[in-house]
Design a binder for this molecule. Sequence first.
Ligand SMILES: Nc1ncnc2c1ncn2[C@@H]1O[C@H](COP(=O)(O)OP(=O)(O)OP(=O)(O)O)[C@@H](O)[C@H]1O
Ligand SMILES: [Zn+2]
Length: 740
Amino acid sequence: MTNPISLPVLLPYPFKEPFDYEIPQYLDVKILVPGTLVIVPLGNRKEIGVIWQHHKLPKGLDFLTSSPKKFTKLKSILSILPLPPLPFVLLEFIDWVAAYTLSPSGSVLAIALRGVQTIMASKNHPRTGWMLSAQIPKITRNTPTREKVLTFLKDKKIPYTTQYLAKTLEVSAGVIQGLAKAGVIEEHNLPDTSLFLKPDLNFNVPQFSSEQQAAADFLCQKVIQQHYSTTLLQGVTGSGKTEVYMQAIAACVENNKQILVLLPEIALSTQWVERFEKRFGVRPALWHSDLTPKQRKQTWNAIIKNEVSVLVGARSALFLPFTNLGLIVVDEEHETSFKQEEGIIYHARDMAIVRARLSNCPAILVSATPSLETLMNAHHHKYDHLVLNSRHGGALMPDVQIVDLRITPPQRGLFLSPPLITATQQRLKKGEQVLFFLNRRGYAPLTLCRACGYRLECPHCSAWLVEHRNTQRLVCHHCDYFIPIPKECPHCNAPDSMVPIGPGIERITEEARSIFPDAKILVMSSDNLTSPKATAEAIRQIDQQEVNLIIGTQIVAKGWHFPFLTLVGVIDADLGLSGADLRASEKTLQLLHQVGGRAGREKSPGTVMLQSYLADHPVMSSLVKGDFDAFMLQEAAERQAGFWPPYGRLAAIIISADTNENATQIAFELGQYAPKQDGVIVLGPAPAPLALLRNRYRQRFLLRTQKHIAIQPILYQWLSCVKPKKTIKIDVDIDPVSFL
Ligand SMILES: Nc1ncnc2c1ncn2[C@@H]1O[C@H](COP(=O)(O)OP(=O)(O)OP(=O)(O)O)[C@@H](O)[C@H]1O
Ligand SMILES: [Zn+2]
């Protein structure tokens, strides 16, 4: 067989297919295996690319038949990057994600190369040091300073840098250069000192309850078998799910395999890293958008060289070049923030399972309130299902009560009901902590004119402006447009007529300050916790009881463990139940269950008070009874009838354009070509609920198919019927979570 003269190279830009590049004579074709990182010319730039090889994708995703683009005049590969090739499963995964999300493979590759690009940006020479030469030539001129260096290096087994020698021996760099020139000492690469230490598996092993032990054993068995499987680890809040899956991590480290743990938000990583350190004595590697370029580079490098055993990260960590993956854990799997909504629109939880399958390793999905999709997969035995029914150390589940606001409303214009105020006072008096939860930032979600009814709206989005009293602004939460709070109505000029309607957490904080003047209040929202460091500081204040009344948005609902917190007051439990979202009930139940789960996790029992005008709503009764699964089964039955997920497939098409005419025009055109076949339903086009977003006019379609029908080929066919102008964007959202 003759060697090929060219190879396909995929570039990290929105290209669907690789380009063909010539192999120059000076490169050995044998080392140019698929995955090799190369430098190639593109136009008059030099770019990093990857020697590509397409994989056969499963039925339904194999609709793209691709052949590498040929340049009329073949350009040549310039050089090879001095890094191991990307592992084969990563290439396969990239093609898979591209086909599933109908995105160009090149754009998906770009996510995977985020660590390499920084490697390129910073010139990285291996660090070197000096050792005595194997054969020391006789030197003509010896000096006391030269002697000092030689004596020091005698018998040394590792190299020492010029800087180190100069400083400790108080000699000039010139002395060392002179010795090197004379051949007495030799330059050697410094050994790689990995930043990532191996976990100490026996550092601090917890005593498991029998329920925990059984779950841990099951997971360890899965890890040892090293086949693909997915296990749902479901357990009430505070049941020790994290401790249990850490045991599976330990088994995997023992097997010398790599472990990826996905968290829904980087804010959670601080507490997670601490727990990991407590259990294993070292810190895991981290991957999220707040890493410095240097950290990013070091981590990426260490992953591909198999020097990292445990990495915890956000969504994009799925695309890291693990060469030896043995376990993927998705913690808080129900969280909608696992869905990436911009760029490549993908669900990290679902793609984690794909990655596990391709790597032939187990996956663990962890939650107290699993998503309906996951729960149904467990019920139908597609996933293994482990359940932890009791809290660790005999702690009780919190007592959940409804405060019916029709019966005990707050005072006019205020938001805290008398029962919640009384309960709060009692807890604070006992030295315990209280949490008020309201999932709304700012002071008030709407400002209107008392005189003419005019409402202040964002000029660039279909959204009201939200008052932020701390910064004296009215802000759009979609595009960050803001104006100072006006003194008079911009519409009718009535003076002092603008009134805030409804509460945000700033308003609740103001009310709490006046009702509980002695409380030490901490506010937790993305407005004041702007970095993982700020979050860590807030958590410290709670842990050390420097505060006793915490007021927060959804950021406080996550997997925190606050030992002294005994009362959770949900200011508006009905928020989230309105709206046309398919999952409105499911999401509300999960959120309130999670936030309630922060109460009473140690010795003192906890109480959750839900302020609601909908006391009879099934979500409220499920929370009171604590029968999450029963509610979800009921919800499943309702979805089954209409072929809604998980009983059918769903995809959204989102059109956005510079003008309303352009948006409606292309929507109309697409509507003409809408697929017509049995088991496929197209809803729309219709203006999106957010019909205007950042000055873009938006229209939506929703495509629903029965489960056995692959949705991607239909979409691919359909979308190729139109050729939109440059100013029009068409996004595809497979398995949409947001319907805005
Ligand atoms: N066997 C054990 N030995 C010692 N401590 C334990 C054990 N199991 C759980 N814990 C402790 O109990 C607390 C709750 O456990 P953990 O956070 O793992 O629960 P969880 O199920 O992950 O909770 P959530 O779903 O609310 O996040 C933690 O402080 C944990 O360290
Ligand atoms: Zn806006």
